[in-house]
Design a protein around this ligand. Structure first.
Ligand code: C2E
Ligand code: CA
Ligand code: CA
Length: 714
């Protein structure tokens, strides 16, 4: 037996686990509705077309498309809405399989999870006899959700249990197909058993509802209660993604509602009243939601959705909103989704009971636009005014919730963006496209890549220049650093831009632009008396195997009348330099031209020392992370000292970057560094500011440092 303390702890952990799993389910269901948006969209369009409420337009359609034209739209409805339940089961199971924590490395192969969901869904349906077309669609939405959630949950432990050593000679698809068969059979058997048990339960009876009017009527007109109940039940069904109207039709025909076309009866709920004055824009009075979206959201997906659902909303079709925002299963919209129609129901009943609006005994098609339908049902402008007032009320109810949803969306968008930026910066180049990165991150990466491709050569890209100083404090050179101003995200980190370019096959174009731009700047600076300042340009290892690189460089030198000694190329160590002959030949040619090479981030790369042997390096830039703790970490100090000594013996220039304080600089000088770069002197500066810096304080010599740090190696 557990001691009391650990028992309660166990319960808390279990509750937490359960809650987080429920949350995962809810998020995945919502997300699956979004995946199915194209289906919804097609369905909405076909429904809209098939239900034009204006007889003149109907006649026009017959004229153009022939008598049976509605058959065509009905086919589209069948192929979209008509398979919605099944599609939901499959999509949901795949989405959940991706998100469930993996047990002991046994990942769920998505194709087979989807397949299992398909089988399970059909198994459950066939329990009710041969499935009809309608059974695959909205009628089975709930079944779709249950199967979509249950299938991966069942398969997960089954797959983990049956570990099979893969035979690497066999085709991986074949391997999975064989491996998944038994778990699939077991999962389906469990589902079949559960379906059998559920079918054995007594059917849910709503007939007790029918007795309500007789109980209530002596006290108060029953329509107050029955109409409100009908509306709330409808909302509840829609909220969990079930086509409320259909279920409503099944349940309420005999219970809540009077016969179709019957006159208004205060002892019953009256459907025309609800259709016309409550379901403005569809269930949930969502026309108010559309208006709120237009008021609150200026741009982004909610704005686009508002535009897309505007026309359907006029005809009271709102699946796009319910599954697109989404409203279904979204706790943010739970309250207004129930409250708005409830308030409108009570408003309509007040108007009817006080004889403010007359009611005609006729059927107005449910797809008739608001204002018009109100006028038709009452034969009076008052009906239209009541609807207009209803629209105002529902808009006001939705407004604060839309605001909250938009704020949350923006926040999560920023979070995703930041996460994507750090993922891009930290991933090694080959992984950017991989699935591990997560969909959101790779979507951000792809979006940025498209923007970068577009921005190369435009004013969105620029260079900043960071001065380098010698021991005496005189500025001797600058390093050109890329700056990218994204149109909506602002400044993007240079290393992220470079990594994206490397991954997206843009690095040669970007590198060529940097080279050209830096040389153009340097030429301008020379006319201002800054020809003694060298220009260091960063080059990605992935540019080095470009056979055109030496020619490109020499063309730049010629065009801007620069001497090769004014330019230095910094090759970073953060990525492997390809072991290709063309790389060695390129660098030989470049060195032969007189352009010097610097090894950037020296000390932290794959094979810093090997590169010293492979290329004619003239400068070593010690990695910033070593410099950062030079004052606090004796090991870093020793490494710096060793690198400096090595550089000295090989007659290389040793540069320390990331120098932020005088103490750091003095320590680095004492360890043998000769050139310093960092915030102590200046951050990277835009072109003109850097020129001004170099002309005014860049050349002043700090004698104290020069004396105090006379070379330790001489
Ligand atoms: P890097 O070549 O090591 O450049 C030095 C980075 O350190 C720059 O970041 C610079 O702004 C920053 N920095 C300068 N002084 C200090 C300091 O005192 N403290 C600290 N903490 N940081 C300092 P930036 O501009 O964000 O560039 C990041 C990296 O992106 C560069 O690292 C370089 O690898 C790459 N990069 C930038 N421009 C280019 C380019 O034109 N081509 C290529 N291939 N890579 C580039
Ligand atoms: Ca650099
Ligand atoms: Ca560096």
């Amino acid at each position: 037996m557990f001691p009391r303390r650990s028992k309660s702890k166990l319960i808390t952990t279990l509750t937490k686990k359960l809650l987080s799993r429920l949350r995962l389910w809810a998020v995945t269901v919502r997300d699956s509705f979004v995946v199915l948006l194209p289906l919804t969209f097609l369905g909405v369009a076909a429904t809209l077309l098939g239900n034009v409420p204006f007889p003149a337009m109907q006649r026009l359609m017959v004229q153009f498309l022939g008598i049976g034209w509605q058959e065509g739209t009905q086919n589209v409805v069948n192929a979209t809405y008509g398979v919605f339940g099944l599609a939901l089961a499959v999509v949901l199971s795949i989405r959940l399989a991706r998100r469930l924590p993996v047990i002991e490395g046994s990942e769920l192969p998505q194709a087979w999870v989807g397949l299992a969901a398909l089988v399970n869904f059909m198994l459950c349906l066939t329990f009710r006899g041969t499935p009809t077309m309608a059974a695959l669609g909205h009628d089975s939405m709930l079944l779709g959700i249950i199967i979509g959630l249950a299938t991966p949950e069942l398969l997960r432990p089954l797959i983990a249990m049956r570990r099979v050593t893969p035979n690497y000679e066999s085709d991986p698809t074949f391997y999975y197909a064989i491996r998944m068969t038994l778990p699939l059979v077991i999962a389906s058997s469990i589902v079949m058993l559960a379906a059998k048990v559920v079918m054995g339960l007594p059917p849910l009876s709503m007939y007790w509802l029918a007795t309500l009017p007789t109980v209530i009527n002596p006290w108060i007109d029953a329509d107050w209660l029955l109409s409100s109940m009908a509306v709330l039940i409808n909302q509840a069904l829609w909220f969990v993604g079930i086509h409320g109207n259909k279920v409503w039709d099944l349940l309420q025909a005999q219970t809540l509602f009077g016969a179709a076309g019957a006159a208004y009866d205060p002892a019953r709920a009256w459907r025309p009243l609800i259709d016309t004055f409550v379901l403005l824009g569809g269930s949930g009075a969502t026309f108010g939601l559309v208006i709120s979206l237009f008021i609150v959201v200026r741009e982004g997906p909610f704005r686009r959705l508002a535009w897309m659902s505007l026309l359907p909303s006029f005809f009271n079709i709102n699946e796009l909103l319910i599954f697109g925002v989404p409203v279904a299963l979204n706790q943010t919209f739970l309250l207004p989704f129930f409250l708005a129609p409830l308030v409108l129901t009570l408003l309509a009943l007040v108007a009817v009971h006080t004889n403010l609006v007359p009611l005609l005994n006729l059927v107005v098609p449910w797809s008739t636009p608001p204002l018009l339908s109100g006028y038709l049902l009452t034969g009076s402008w008052r009906g239209a005014v009541l609807q207009a007032f209803g629209l105002l009320v529902s808009t006001l109810i939705y407004l604060p919730f839309v605001r909250r949803a938009e704020v949350a969306r923006l926040r999560s968008q920023t979070e995703i963006f930041d996460a994507a930026i750090s993922a891009i910066a930290s991933q090694s180049q080959r992984h950017l496209r991989s699935e591990q990165l997560g969909e959101e991150v790779s979507l951000v990466a792809r979006g940025l890549l498209v923007a970068l491709r577009h921005d190369i050569g435009s004013s969105a890209l620029s260079l900043a220049f960071q001065p380098k100083h010698d021991r005496r404090g005189a500025a001797v050179g600058v390093e050109a650093l890329l700056r990218w101003q994204h149109s909506s995200h602002g400044l993007i980190r240079a290393d992220v831009a470079v990594r994206l370019a490397e991954e997206g096959g843009l690095i040669r174009r970007l590198g060529a632009w940097v080279l050209e731009e830096a040389c153009a700047c340097k030429a301008r600076w020379n006319t201002l008396g800054l020809s003694h300042i060298t220009m260091a340009i960063n080059v990605s290892p992935l540019q080095l195997d470009d056979p055109q690189l030496p020619a490109l460089l020499s063309r730049c030198l010629d065009r801007y009348h620069l001497s090769a000694s004014e330019i230095e190329l910094e090759i970073t160590e953060s990525q492997a330099i390809p072991l290709l002959e063309v790389v060695d030949r390129n660098l030989e040619k470049i060195v032969a031209m007189g352009v010097s090479l610097a090894m950037d981030d020296f000390g932290m790369g794959y094979s810093s020392l090997l590169h010293m042997r492979r290329f004619y390096i003239r400068t070593i830039k010690i990695d910033g992370s070593l410099i950062r703790d030079v004052l606090t970490n004796p090991t870093s100090r020793d490494i710096i000292h060793t690198i400096a000594a090595l550089g000295h013996t090989r007659q290389l220039e040793v540069v320390a970057e990331f120098v932020e304080t005088v103490e750091q600089r003095d320590a680095l000088a004492a360890l043998g560094c000769e050139i310093f770069q960092g915030y102590l002197y200046s951050p990277p500066l835009p072109d003109e500011a850097c020129v001004e810096y170099l002309l005014t304080n860049g050349t002043q010599v700090d004698d104290k440092v020069a004396l105090a740090t006379a070379s330790v190696f001489s």
